[in-house]
Design a protein around this ligand. Structure first.
Ligand code: ADP
Ligand code: 5GP
Length: 200
């Protein structure tokens, strides 16, 4: 199953996703391509594939992306390969609302989850506290956030990230719940159902 997580920059998407990946088996993170500069703590191939603009545009021409968009002045995209490389696991995409809308059109079964901070003021605090952005970049992210929240109706679920533990558990429970649906579970039911046909 494909899970798309979107929400304004700084609302806590990466933090929540880390929490889910640590607490749940059988789920992996979709590593995006980006043309933005690598941050100090980031690892190539784990957080992103960092590529030049030329390389990114060549991949676009080759139709290598399921979705791509320009976010805060840089290119970001999810490669087809990233989604098909291990179909036995759930996969979580951390992408912006433009990308989420593209996934919605192309992959009907994808589950779209929107993360909101408890308020705009709290979002500003989190972005500033994270300390990764200049004053100008903070202003840009907040301006984008005002636009992004208008897209929330495209999504299937909304998680309000107020208390981190609670929001993390809620996100995890969305994945657990989808796994229990008949269509998702059917394949693994064979042995159980067969056992009912024998003498016991
Ligand atoms: P995003 O991936 O959406 O840009 P991050 O996961 O980087 O956001 O979170 C932004 C900042 O907010 C980080 O410093 C993170 O530790 C902090 N944060 C995330 N969730 C919460 C929360 N529920 N309460 C307080 N701070 C949070
Ligand atoms: P950051 O540069 O802070 O890691 O991410 C900035 C924004 O880009 C976030 O909203 C994140 O969700 C989005 N993003 C990351 N990867 C992708 C991607 O592959 N496609 C799209 N459309 N957005 C992405």
């Amino acid at each position: 199953m494909i899970y798309v997580i979107s929400g304004p920059s700084g609302c806590g998407k990466s933090t929540l996703i880390r929490q889910v990946l640590a607490g749940l088996e059988g789920v992996r993170f979709s590593v995006s391509h980006t043309t933005r500069e690598k941050r100090e703590a980031e690892v190539e191939g784990k957080d992103y594939y960092f590529v030049s603009q030329d390389r990114f545009l060549r991949l676009v021409e080759k139709d290598s992306f399921v979705e791509w968009a320009v976010v805060h002045g840089a290119f970001y995209g999810t490669s087809r390969r990233e989604l098909t490389k291990d179909r036995n696991q759930d996969v979580i995409l951390d992408i912006d609302v433009q990308g989420a809308a593209q996934v919605r059109k192309k992959i009907e079964t994808a589950v779209l989850i929107f993360v909101l901070p408890p308020s705009f003021r709290e979002l500003r605090k989190r972005i500033e506290k994270r300390g990764l952005d200049s004053a100008l970049a903070v202003r840009k992210r907040l301006a984008t956030a005002r636009k992004e929240v208008r897209s929330y109706t495209v999504f299937d679920y909304v998680v309000v990230n107020d208390d981190l533990e609670t929001a993390g558990r809620e996100l995890e429970s969305i994945l657990r719940c989808r796994r229990a649906r008949l269509a998702a579970r059917q394949k693994s039911l064979g042995p159980i159902l067969r056992s009912f046909r024998g003498k016991g």
